[in-house]
Write a protein that binds this ligand. Structure first.
Ligand SMILES: Cc1ncc(COP(=O)(O)O)c(C=O)c1O
Length: 384
């Protein structure tokens, strides 16, 4: 059976050039970048170059980049860091109901500590309304954290408008751009983003590394105390090997981004086309157009299906996809994102699947996936 991996929003394989680079680094370099001798200086030079590559990728200042262990740590650093640094100024935080748990759970923790958090709703397409952001602003609002692209639906939020609004009010704006970084051109100056999270393993780099961009002048409280690496914002010897891998992944991304986007669009269109041809019943969760959605994520609802049984059957047929929602102790929690879009009674919460495409997927594979979906839907429907 040929296995087809369509879960690239969960993680991507490591790109061959990244593997090659990491092998080379393992052979050639091991110094601690904080050491002042030759070995340390060599490692520091590599780290500085990686920092420059990352900064350039979002039009940021070199000194604004903080390497972290990934998206989760970067989000936590931004959210707790901003909250604790601004405690005297105010108590109110704005976020949305559709954030990744790496944002929602820190916000919930801050609520337990006495902060007041507004969770903005979304419309049935999974979009935040700029007017809701405006209405939520208060005198004691200390920052807003609103994701760039949703990881379940692929829907792009109105980041430019939000950035402009918050900058005009002097309120720091953090965005979790983990799912945007591999497909969108991001310019933090133009978009007026003050803090931004990215993660390596979503863009064909190694796991366990990411960065937080923090604009100069934005104050965050230190969370890790120790050797004062990353200009004190993130103590701990930098994961130089993973950072080199991440750097390579960004270089390849810079060269290939448009090609990737075009390819994902083709794959998505083919899957939709093949499902239509076979008459499989489905509905798109969110919108399909490229203005509102990234092309590598497609969330479909299959009326009458049960997501757990559907996912298991797809896996048995060799198709690896995800429900987009969390698996806890072997069972699947209904998605908080779809709940925000459709309400908690919607059957879509229990019959939706996230397909996320990658560079290794082919158009022919999309036809095969549609075949397998058709077979499973017919079999499961006739069992009802
Ligand atoms: C939107 C979003 N934010 C944050 C994360 C967490 O990133 P990491 O796995 O690097 O901790 C993910 C990963 O699924 C994500 O999709």
């Amino acid at each position: 059976m040929n296995r087809i991996y369509l879960d690239h929003a969960a993680t991507t394989p490591i790109h061959p050039s990244v593997k090659e680079k990491m092998r080379e680094v393992m052979e050639e370099s091991f110094g601690n970048p904080s050491s002042i001798h030759h070995f340390g200086r060599e490692s520091r030079k590599r780290l500085d170059e990686a920092r420059m590559t990352m900064a350039n990728s979002i039009n940021a200042n070199y000194e604004s980049m903080i390497f972290t262990s990934g998206g989760t740590e970067a989000n936590n650093l931004a959210i707790f860091g901003l909250a604790y640094a601004n405690r005297k100024k105010g108590n109110h935080i704005i976020t949305t109901q559709i954030e990744h748990h790496a944002v929602l759970h820190p916000c919930e923790q801050l609520e337990r500590e006495g902060f007041d958090v507004t969770y903005l709703p979304v419309d049935e397409n999974g979009m935040v309304d700029i007017m809701d952001v405006k209405k939520a602003l208060r005198k004691d609002t200390i920052f807003a954290t609103i994701m760039f692209v949703n990881n379940e639906t692929g829907m792009k939020q109105p980041i430019h408008m939000i950035g402009n609004l918050l900058r005009s009010k002097g309120i720091p704006f953090h965005t979790d751009a983990v799912q945007a970084y591999g497909v969108e051109e991001i310019d933090v100056e133009e978009l007026k983003i003050d803090l931004l999270t990215a993660s390596s393993h979503k863009i064909y780099g190694p796991k366990g590394v990411g960065f937080l961009y923090k604009r100069d002048g934005i104050n965050i409280a230190q969370r890790l105390f120790g050797g004062e690496q990353e200009r004190t914002w993130r103590s701990g010897t930098e994961n130089t090997l993973a950072i080199e891998g991440f750097k390579k992944a960004v270089e390849v991304l810079n060269d290939e981004r448009q090609q990737r986007v075009d390819h994902y669009e083709k794959l998505s269109h083919q899957l939709i086309h093949s499902l239509n041809e076979k008459g499989v019943q489905y509905e798109v969760n969110g919108k399909l157009d490229s203005e509102h959605k990234v092309p590598n994520i497609l969330n479909l609802s299959f009326p009458g299906m049960d997501v757990e049984i559907f996912l298991t059957n797809l896996d048995l047929s060799g198709v690896a996809v995800s429900s987009g929602s969390a698996c806890t102790a072997g069972s699947i929690d209904p998605s908080h994102v779809l709940k925000a879009m459709y309400g908690e009674d919607s059957p879509k919460l229990r019959n939706s699947i996230r397909f996320s495409f990658g560079m290794d997927n082919s158009v022919e594979e999309m036809e095969q996936v549609a075949d397998r979906i058709e077979m499973i839907v017919n079999r499961l429907s006739s069992n009802v």
